[in-house]
Write a protein that binds this ligand. Structure first.
Ligand code: ASP
Length: 433
């Protein structure tokens, strides 16, 4: 049995929803379907979820209703164009009533997925099951995975087929709670685990995960197979294929994820599995992010000073700053932090670090980009790092920092922001072309 998730572009228009229905009807194994809210129909369009967040955030109630009603019209048009007989107005009115009274956006933005699922269920003539019955959060707002797995399995086993809205669930007080953006991928993975699916198909608008970002590398290859851990590393480092947290539920049950393209269903896409057995390919993917700052702290005999790292990191904790990397030498340690975390606070943080650890020297570097070269194959083959560094030196790229994860499947380099594209292309040329 297959659990499928269709993303925002697949649900964006009547035409694409018909394609979705054709894909589902082409395979009797596709029995449980999770959907996102309608996305952009073209590059100038706005995603429904974005409009709903914006309508909630508006200070003026009149503007708020105006934007909300524009969303409603998009749904009414879909119902008309798909020629389905379904009452969506009573559901819409429940959300509309909360628009100016609710203190949290969650209770409004969930409408995006809710109506999307009602519409697809009506097109397929399948049951609609509300995600509030299935996806449960705890009182602190954290996803309650084991309770959800249990209840989701119990509820859905009563259905032969069902369409389920992604992205949202319910807190113990009965309020609607959403995952972080892109969270329908997580819902799909949760349903796949709860139903013991043979495969979790994640239908998007691209034919799989690319080895590198197509905006940076021209016509990059599609990754045919990758492991859950490679996906985690790549998506954490900016590859925007799947929500990084969607791996957890399926990994427990070792259910493969297949990324497919709704607009090119014959393409095999990318298979994400527990273990990739062929290691002829050294590098699986390259991903990266810009705008980081590093703080280099130097102190003689740092390595023998008990509690040094704790004192250094407790400064970051006081500022509620999370860091990305912590490469260290015998007398040096560098903390790499995203600019979004440390913006406007760097001088205070440096001052407090001086007080906390009494360093001999501190140096701050900004304008850094991090680039991860990821692949299990790298740990099987000596000389991979040497190839990587000599490729960059041929391109005249100065490496500011190197960090190799202990799993040996990931080498992270820091370069200047302006060297980002050239670095990714240099690595691609060396290992993939
Ligand atoms: N509609 C939500 C978002 O735009 C969730 C999703 O698409 O997965 O983030």
């Amino acid at each position: 049995m297959k659990v499928c998730k269709f993303g925002g572009t697949s649900m964006a228009s009547a035409e694409s929803i018909r394609k979705v229905a054709d894909i589902i009807n082409a395979d009797a194994e596709r029995r449980f379907v999770v959907v996102s809210a309608p996305g952009k129909r073209d590059s100038n369009d706005i995603k429904i979820t974005d409009s709903l967040y914006a309508s909630f955030a508006m200070k003026n109630a009149e503007d708020s209703y105006q934007l909300f009603d524009a969303v409603v019209n998009r749904y009414l048009d879909l119902v008309k164009e798909l020629e389905i007989d379904i009452d969506i107005m009573s559901t819409i009115n429940v959300y509309r009533a909360k628009l100016t009274t609710s203190d949290r956006a969650d209770s409004i933005v969930a409408m995006g997925e809710h109506l999307s699922a009602m519409i697809l269920a009506s097109v397929l003539k399948w049951d609609f099951v509300d995600a509030r019955q299935l996806i449960k959060f705890d009182t602190k707002g954290n996803f309650n995975s084991e309770y959800t797995n249990d209840i989701c399995g119990k509820v859905l086993s009563k259905y032969d087929h069902a369409v389920i809205p992604g992205f949202y669930g319910q807190s113990p007080s009965g309020r609607t709670k959403v995952f972080s953006r892109g969270g329908s991928d997580i819902t799909g993975a949760i349903v796949a685990r709860a139903m013991g699916a043979d495969i979790y198909e994640n239908w998007t608008d691209v034919s799989g995960c690319f080895v590198a970002d197509p905006r940076v590398v021209k016509n990059p290859k599609v990754i045919r197979y990758m492991s859950y851990s490679e996906l985690r590393e790549l998506s954490y480092m900016g590859a925007s294929v799947l929500h990084p947290d969607s791996v957890f539920p399926v990994r427990i049950a070792k259910i493969p994820i297949n990324i497919r393209n709704t607009f090119s269903p014959e393409d095999a896409g990318t298979m994400i599995v527990d273990k990739v057995t062929e290691h002829d390919r050294l590098v699986t993917g390259i991903a990266g992010k810009k705008n980081f700052t590093s703080i280099l702290v130097e102190k003689d005999k740092m390595n023998s000073e008990v509690g040094f790292t704790r004192r250094l990191l407790s400064v970051l904790e006081q500022y509620d700053i999370s860091f990305e990397h912590l490469p260290s030498g015998i007398d040096t340690m560098t903390v790499v932090i995203s600019d979004s975390e440390i913006k406007g606070r760097i001088d205070d943080v440096v001052k407090d670090i001086r007080e906390a650890v009494g360093p001999d020297y501190i140096e701050v570097q900004d304008n850094l980009a991090l680039i991860a070269t990821v692949g299990h194959g790298m740990s099987y083959k000596p000389g991979t790092a040497a190839r990587l560094f000599s490729a960059l030196s041929r391109y005249g790229i100065n490496i500011r920092m190197i960090d190799q994860g202990s799993s040996e499947m990931n080498i992270i380099l820091a370069v200047r922001n302006e060297d980002f594209d050239r670095t990714v292309n240099a690595i691609y040329e060396e290992f993939i072309n």
